[in-house]
Write a protein that binds this ligand. Structure first.
Ligand code: MLT
Length: 221
């Protein structure tokens, strides 16, 4: 069977620029792939401009969440109420997305050692779940408005993982302690975590996108 048939998500893939890839090769550097994950009610197009602001040259892989809340709003996993997740579905969907990234890397030839998640809200939560359950598929993650998606039975090995978190002081959906608890969970597992606070609610502000770009340039995982 054609491996492309295994990419059973609606998604967008944008390759890294060939010119830049060649240039980096001469410096033995690899251009990363940004694995872009939207918020509830979003789609695969939503965060592409944001990802482009964070890196103008990276490849982009952006799937649409398969779960339809109220039959209409795409999400990456089911929830029972706001902030209360269906953990069995979350685990199942996390594995499904991990397989999607692996298969996409075979189809498009990007390097699995340089995949960086960029997620907002529900997308940040499933990216956090990937870090906690399958850290091997991400080298870094940029998480806007993430909360603790689940607490794994076995502590993951997050050594050499770089995690940028950006949270809103007035976020009515993600309480401050929840974002801090997630940062602690990552740190205890060995990750290098930078948590930034925004003078905002659940919505994104332009400063944090600039901050994410600077952070990525500095950590260059
Ligand atoms: C979630 O369900 O992942 C969080 O509550 C964020 C949201 O999508 O509203």
């Amino acid at each position: 069977m054609n491996i492309k048939n295994h990419l059973d998500f609606i998604y967008k893939f944008i390759p890294a620029s060939e010119k830049e890839t060649e240039r980096r090769k001469t410096q033995s550097k690899v251009i990363p792939t940004l694995f872009v994950l939207h918020g509830t009610g979003g789609n695969e197009q939503d965060l592409i401009p944001l990802a482009r602001q964070i890196s103008s040259e990276a490849a982009i892989l952006s799937p649409r969440g398969k779960v339809l809340e109220n039959g209409v709003y795409p999400r990456y996993f089911r929830r029972l109420a706001e902030g209360i997740f269906d953990i069995d579905d979350l685990k199942f969907r996390t594995n499904e997305l991990v397989d999607f990234v692996k298969n996409a890397s075979k189809v498009y030839g990007f390097d699995m050692h340089h995949v960086i998640a960029v997620g907002y809200s529900n997308g940040a939560n499933i990216a956090a779940s990937i870090l906690l359950l399958h850290p091997e598929i991400l080298s870094a993650a940029i998480l806007f408005r993430a909360m603790v998606p689940l607490v794994p039975r076995v502590s993951p090995d997050l050594n050499n993982k770089y995690i940028f978190m950006s949270s809103g002081i007035y976020d009515p959906i993600v309480p401050k302690q929840d974002a801090e608890r997630l940062a602690d969970l990552f740190k205890k597992s060995g990750a290098k975590v930078s948590l930034y606070w925004q003078n905002s609610g659940h919505e994104l502000v332009i400063e944090e996108v600039k901050r994410a770009k600077e952070w990525l340039l500095q950590c260059s995982p």
